[in-house]
Every structure is written in C-alpha cells, then in structure tokens.
Design a protein around this ligand. Structure first.
Ligand SMILES: [Zn+2]
Length: 67
C-alpha cells in the first residue's frame, strides 16, 4: 500500500498517510486540521524515473519514521 508524504501549507507540518486507491481526497493536517496540504514525492517507496539532480538545494525527505 503506497504511503505518501504530505506537507501542510498552514503550519508546514509534514506527515505520512496511507492513500487507498478508492480514496482520492487528500488527508487533513493532523496538527492544525487544515485541508491545505500538498502531496510530496517520497524518497522511499516511490521510485520515479527521473530524479531532479540540481546543484544542491534539493533535500530528500528522511525515510526514518519519526513519530
Ligand atoms: Zn497544519
């Protein structure tokens, strides 16, 4: 089951959420319950064909679970 990472645009809180195929609605921020969340590409679990390799500046999210 794919786990996506989301970031809240309100409080910048990052969280992971299981996304089911039948569930297209993005989750709410568990911190401030805002619906303005953006889905991020996770470095672990998802392997995109092309990874943007800039000259620094792009930081991949950590794979270690931080509860
Ligand atoms: Zn939030």
């Amino acid at each position: 089951m794919p786990i996506y990472e989301f970031v809240c645009e309100e409080c910048n809180h990052q969280f992971e959420e299981l996304v089911r195929a039948s569930d297209k609605n993005p989750p709410k921020c568990p911190k401030c319950e805002s619906e303005k969340v953006k889905k991020m590409l996770s470095a672990c679990g998802i392997r995109p064909h092309g990874i943007p390799t800039g000259s620094g500046g792009f930081k991949a999210p950590s794979c270690s679970p931080s509860g």
